[in-house]
Design a protein around this ligand. Structure first.
Ligand code: ADP
Ligand code: MG
Length: 225
């Protein structure tokens, strides 16, 4: 599903932020990406959702060398990837429902086919009372949950979440984690960047990738903390 070989990234003429990063994740695996602030977690996720090309090294995604793929093909590849951005990126002029429906709407699914699913999903993430609210009236935690719902609504092959529980209390964080675990059980490969050691401890089946000074170490499958 994902292969990185000796990947390096630098921004402009700055130092290498990621250095010789190599790992493989099989389809259906779940992994946490951890490491101190500034370690390069968001940078690594940006490589994987094809917003950034590496300065060197190889990245294969869904069996394709994405470092060589044409720009024209990026939208098609990105449609298989759900992303929870650290800064949410909801559209201000759309309601919660419309924001979450957007990936399906864009894919040409009819509203009557997804309406009930979305209402159920919004109920599950605790946004049942905010279906028709606009992002500006939502709290940070509510926006985060809307962003999570949007990322998972189309059951992507790969889900990338950047600090997805950064703005919610521990109880809700556990609940959201269950959503990711459930999605993973249904076959989605999941990578969650997080500082939260308790989330990692609560997910014994997941692999743990740790970034430190630009280098990545990964626990073998089945040996996660
Ligand atoms: N667009 C950018 N231009 C220059 N430097 C950047 C850019 N984005 C991130 N960095 C730098 O790259 C390093 C890693 O950042 P980031 O990937 O956001 O780490 P993390 O998500 O682990 O906190 C930091 O030193 C940050 O300042
Ligand atoms: Mg980050």
């Amino acid at each position: 599903m994902i292969t990185l070989e000796n990947v390096g990234v630098r921004y402009g003429t700055g130092p290498e932020i990621l250095r010789d990063v190599s790992f493989r994740l099989a389809k259906g695996e779940m992994a946490f990406l951890t490491g101190p602030s500034g370690a390069g977690k968001t940078t690594l996720l940006r490589l994987l959702y094809l917003a950034l090309r590496p300065t060197r090294g190889l990245i294969r995604l869904f069996g394709e060398d994405v470092t060589a793929v044409s720009r024209a093909r990026l939208p098609e590849l990105r449609r298989r990837i759900g992303v929870v951005f650290q800064d949410f990126r909801l559209l201000d002029h759309l309601t919660t429902f419309e924001n979450v429906a957007l990936p399906l709407h864009v894919a040409g699914v009819r509203a009557d086919e997804y309406r009930d699913n979305i209402l159920e999903l919004l109920e599950w993430v605790g946004l049942g009372d905010h279906v028709n609210a606009y992002p500006r009236v939502l709290s940070g935690g509510e926006r985060q949950r809307a962003a999570i719902a949007r990322a998972i609504v189309s059951k992507p092959h790969l889900l990338l979440a950047d600090e997805p529980t950064g703005n919610v209390d521990p109880q809700l964080a556990r609940r959201l984690l269950r959503l990711f675990v459930e999605l993973n059980r249904l076959g989605t490969t999941v990578i969650i960047a997080t500082h939260d050691a308790s989330l990692i401890a609560a997910t014994p089946g997941a692999r743990v990738m740790t970034l430190h000074q630009g280098r990545l170490s990964i626990t073998p499958a089945g040996e996660a903390a």
